[in-house]
Design a protein around this ligand. Sequence first.
Ligand code: T4K
Length: 398
Amino acid sequence: MSRTDPLYVTRPELPPLEDFLPYLRQIWDSRVLTNGGPFHAQFEQALCEHLGVRHISLFTNATLALVTALQSLRIGGEVITTPYSFVATAHSLMWNGITPVFVDIDPVTLNLDPAKVEAAITPRTTAIMPVHCYATPCDVEAIQRIADDYDLKVIYDAAHAFGVKRQAADGWHSVLQNGDLSVLSFHATKVFNTFEGGAIVCPDARTKQRIDHLKNFGFVNETTVVATGINGKMSELNAALGLLQLQHIDQAIERRATIDALYRERLADLPGLRMLAPPAGATRNHSYFPVLVGPGFPVTRDALYQRLRDAGIMARRYFYPLISDFPMYRGLPSARPEGLPVARQAASEVLCLPIYPSLAEADLQRVVDVILQAADEGRRTQRPPAANATAQAVALAA
Ligand code: T4K
């Protein structure tokens, strides 16, 4: 890539096209395109094995999977969730007529802060919907304790958390085994993609069956409809691609780890620029590389964002604005800014830098150079505090 080509926050990973052709041939020959064909079944099985979970139901995308997950557990009333996420998290509640109740996040993990959840529970609360933001696992034990105490369901938005494992008392387990249900996204911009796609991970065959009915209009058989289900089925094309993508995912995550390490090394010790600490007791998939541009950094987050763009680097402000600031949410009592100070600060400071397996080291260095240069110039144009104080004193005296 030349120094002027745009660099995006992500680029989807794809297998060699010729490897996909035999799968396409099979689909063309069989004429089975969707509605639970052979690739769909194989992909569900392969994913269960790869992720170390018992049951998976594939979807067209994570948003429909979230909507359906809530339906499958018959959630209503109010659901406690994070304002610091992609808007689909809260939209899935609204599509079910549920009122989102936003609770602030933890300043270290940027995930829902369990210490603040209890105060938001009302007689109408039925569930908690946390997000493993940037694939950092939530404090799942604390969340489960609260859910057990108040008899609430927990549905994790695990859109970012493909393949992440956590260390528990009895060994390493998929983070997707926590709560009642977890929802994955296989969107083009995710660590693992099927172009579009998603899935619900569930603990038992009965729940999976209900979910499978719900994603197929509520059909149980040719003539029986048991619920107002939706069309959320993954097609054979996406499932076949997923099967092939699974062969390359470990290598792709390894390459992301290398990029993550390079950023950490080259951006280390920049005053005011915080990189998220790698989570203790968990594996990582390096889905995003967020940095927080704090007040100690010589230029603001938005100035840095603009400088990167001017250099053709399309870093993204995931997640700004907060969900609670969008028009359909900002009137809610829980959306009041004073209740969400940590989320508000994170949204004003975050910048996600390009990270994807095919990102060349020279391109990564382009990103680093713009940041170092911005820091350097910002420092030089900022008046030193002592000089500022003197200038102010002179101005006051005049
Ligand atoms: N929950 C959470 C926590 C989520 O983050 C998301 C999705 C969901 C739920 C819902 O999942 P899905 O229903 O989508 O399965 C993107 C994605 O569309 C969205 O999936 C993702 N989160 C969100 C964080 O980011 P945009 O509008 O920022 O994407 P876009 O199109 O600007 O893409 C970003 C960059 O990626 C582009 O500048 C270039 C590159 N790109 C993108 C696409 C789509 C490509 O190179 N090729 C592509 O095909 O929302």
